[in-house]
Design a binder for this molecule. Structure first.
Ligand SMILES: *Cc1c(COP(=O)(O)O)cnc(C)c1O
Length: 361
């Protein structure tokens, strides 16, 4: 046995890391060919930002002023209720590390859901209790049975990969159920696609709530790695003890605050375009003979089910061989034969349809 394997935490040796879209298909390999990336729910197009990088010899502020002020303006909460993180993913990890004792406490997830909750829990040695969604909404009876057995509950709204918002009334019921025993995290990575449905107003009257946000989706800044944890001042103070001392690099703070302080209509127009493209794609999918179900989506992607395993594999492989990458979700609970496509540019979606039409027609 190698010295590393002898010393490492045993459970990490066989652990499979998160299979991110980028790990499955590296952006470097085959770079001579132009690939269409529709597998990670990124926004299409490019952004151009000027960097001053003047004070790069200095450590950045723990929470850069310009960034926190900009997000405070955007979300309508006090600065003391906001923690900027290295993507929403770091928020997930901090919450688990702050509330769960390793090899003792559990988190609760509602599959099919975002993979990082379980990965972060596993990494930390927290247990995972699953209460599957029922018809893409919460199983409140199932949740009630877990009261007292979990420390953190992760809800994803709009859900990834399902796409739909959870009814606000159900989110409130879940928060009430766990009000004396667990933190309820509402992951709002895609909330800009229906901002009026946000749960941030619940922070006022419930002190067991955390809302997660990101600049990776509607703000088209996935490469920047910037997210926000929104919660009571008490929770933010706690998480601040666990996060790294300089979590946000100066260039990240500079670009992120520019994106948030500039005309927000750039973002809202991007959201509008996405919704139009999504609606016509959903209609088109529902008309294909190989497609048996198109899931309703309040986000920037569409999940659809193929009529058989063979058809699912054929469509996925056909797209890959034409350099169009979408995401296979068929291994997730309840999502047999399902694929997920991110809403790219109009041209990218046309290319997707053409590949599938030419061969079928
Ligand atoms: C993309 C995504 C995240 C991660 O966002 P980052 O800010 O890029 O880390 C978190 N939750 C859900 C549901 C997501 O889809």
């Amino acid at each position: 046995m190698s010295i590393v394997n002898k010393l490492a935490r045993e459970e990490l040796i066989d652990m499979v890391p998160y299979q991110s879209a980028r790990r499955l298909f590296s952006s470097c390999e085959k770079s001579e060919e132009k690939r269409v990336w529709l597998n990670a729910n990124e926004a299409p197009g490019t952004g151009k930002y000027q960097l001053s990088s003047e004070n790069i010899n200095r450590y950045p502020d723990f929470q850069p002023d310009n960034l926190l002020n900009a997000y405070s303006n955007y979300c309508g909460l006090n600065r003391s209720q906001i923690l900027a993180t290295r993507g929403a993913d770091e928020g997930i990890e901090l919450i688990i590390r702050s509330f769960c004792k390793a090899y003792q406490d559990n988190i609760l997830i509602c599959p099919p859901t975002y993979g990082m909750y379980a990965i972060s829990a596993e990494n930390h040695g927290a247990g995972i209790i699953k209460v599957p969604l029922q018809n893409n909404t919460l199983d409140l009876k199932g949740l009630e049975k877990q009261v007292g057995k979990v420390k953190v509950v992760f809800l994803c709204s709009p859900g990834n990969p399902t796409g739909n918002l959870l009814p606000k009334a159900e989110i409130i019921q879940a928060i009430e159920l766990f009000k004396d025993s667990a933190i309820v995290v509402v992951d709002e990575a895609y909330i800009e696609f229906s901002l009026e449905e946000t749960s941030t107003d619940l922070l006022k009257n419930h002190n067991n709530v955390i809302v997660l946000r990101t600049l990776s989706k509607a703000f088209a800044l996935a490469g920047l790695r910037c997210g926000f944890t929104l919660a009571s001042e008490e929770i933010i103070t706690l998480l601040s003890k666990v996060i790294a001392p300089y979590p946000i690099s100066a260039p990240v703070a500079e670009i992120a605050s520019k994106a948030l302080s500039s005309d927000l209509s750039i973002m809202t127009q991007r959201v509008q375009r996405c919704k139009q493209t999504k609606a016509s794609l959903a209609t088109w999918l529902s008309e294909q003979n190989w497609c048996s179900e198109v899931f309703a989506s309040d986000a920037n992607f569409v999940l659809f089910r193929c009529i058989s395993h063979n058809e699912k594999t054929r469509i996925f492989d056909l797209l890959v061989s034409n350099n169009i990458l979408i995401r296979d979700q068929s291994k997730q609970l309840q999502l047999e034969n399902c694929l997920r496509i991110s809403i790219g540019s109009e041209a990218e979606i046309v290319a997707f349809k053409n590949i599938l039409t030419t061969v079928n027609g």
